[in-house]
Write a protein that binds this ligand. Structure first.
Ligand code: KG4
Ligand code: ZN
Length: 356
């Protein structure tokens, strides 16, 4: 029997502060090279778009060579190029899309502009094999906090809910700053929280009141939580009391993990979906993972989660989505497609609509 080797897909990701180039065949990961500009943003306490764009420009070619070396491939072996078309930072996206277009033209290979959010879900296939759709995905990072339903990884995704203000990771970063911890705040809060009591201070769970559960059933809000932490710290300081950093960190982390997992499990139950995918930088949070595992197990939901290097922004996830699109025989994106910083999640592949 002939074993057909799936095409070699090169994926490029530059939507935020990670320059990623990945190589994938089918659902097999061959290389995942990432260059992060996070250190350049530390002194600003968050990602500065112009700084990120410049860093992408400097990192894109070396990162591509690193990926090819890692996979033991040459550029000429690449069968198709996939790239994040959006959503993300406009200038940052443009660097990746320009590089991908140049590569596709130079190699005379098809180009697929794909959706970053759906890419996060596709990354899971590189860890545990093909997904059994439908799945509900909980995506949590410094840039996004969304619940998606994916009925078909190559063609059908739906946004069920998202943050109406700060992303969860952004809330970790801002709260860290309030209590004197460094950027990025997530790992520092997690470390401090390990010494604290999560029940010592009960912080508010945004958009969980009955009234909000009607209008914003699967949406999140973290700005009220951030303000509640700020007020709590101010009150303690005004009373001349030392701020119990560990308890504040633990109470805050618990509030975030509680609301994220509760709404994602609810989405699975109400949509009749029995698989959840957890991804994004905040998925590194031990308490979030633990609570998600517990609640999924209690609800009979299978939890799938890729290793951390595939959870954060990377090029392999874009290559994985490109591979799924190619496998389905979908037409490439037109070469003149534009980046779209607010690309809707329903648009898994740019240009796909014009052919259907
Ligand atoms: O996906 P990611 O690497 O990229 C961007 O969004 O740019 O996510 C970064 C975010 C940061 O906000 C960081 O504070 C958060 O993920 N993060 C964590 C942890 N590790 C990283 N949040 C909570 N707990 C962690 N252990
Ligand atoms: Zn992302």
């Amino acid at each position: 029997m002939d074993v057909v080797t799936p095409p070699l897909i090169l994926g490029i990701e530059t939507s935020c502060d990670e320059t990623g180039v990945g190589l994938v065949r089918g659902t097999t990961l061959l290389a995942n090279a990432v260059a992060s500009s996070v250190d350049e943003h530390v002194r600003f306490g968050g990602v500065v778009p112009e700084v990120a764009s410049r860093a992408h420009l400097e990192a894109i070619v070396p990162t591509m060579h690193r990926a090819l070396d890692e996979a033991g491939c040459r550029l000429a072996d690449v069968d198709a190029v996939a790239v994040t078309a959006g959503p993300g930072l406009a200038g940052a996206l443009m660097v990746g899309v320009s590089a991908a277009k140049a590569l596709a033209v130079a190699l005379d290979r098809p180009l697929y502009g794909v959706n970053h959010l759906v890419g996060h879900v596709a990354a899971e296939q590189l860890e545990n094999g093909p997904l059994t759709e439908p799945v509900v995905a909980l995506l949590v990072s410094g840039g996004h906090t969304e619940i998606l339903q994916v009925d078909d990884i190559a063609t059908a995704a739906e946004l069920l809910g998202q943050t109406i203000d700060d992303a969860a990771g952004e809330a970790f970063d801002k709260v860290a700053r309030l209590i004197g911890l460094k950027y990025p705040g997530g790992p520092h809060i997690q470390r401090a929280a390990a010494e604290g009591d999560p029940a010592a201070i009960r912080f508010p769970r945004g958009l969980t009141a009955p009234r909000d559960m009607t209008r914003h059933r699967y949406d999140f809000s973290f700005s009220g939580l951030k303000t509640a932490v700020a007020r709590w710290v101010e009150t303690a300081e005004a009373a001349g009391k030392p701020v119990p950093v560990a308890d504040v960190a633990a109470g805050f982390q618990e509030a975030v993990a509680d609301v994220l997992t509760k709404k994602a499990v609810l989405a699975c139950q109400e949509r009749g979906v029995s698989t959840m995918v957890l991804a994004g930088g905040v998925a590194a949070n031990a308490r979030l993972r633990e609570l998600t595992e517990q609640r999924c197990a209690a609800a009979g939901i299978t939890l799938r989660q890729p290793r951390f290097s595939l959870c954060t922004d990377n090029g392999a996830m874009i290559a994985a989505l490109g591979a799924a699109v190619v496998e389905r025989g979908l037409p490439p994106s037109p070469l003149d497609f534009a980046t779209d910083s607010s690309l809707p999640v329903t648009e898994v592949l740019v240009g796909a609509g014009q052919f259907s």
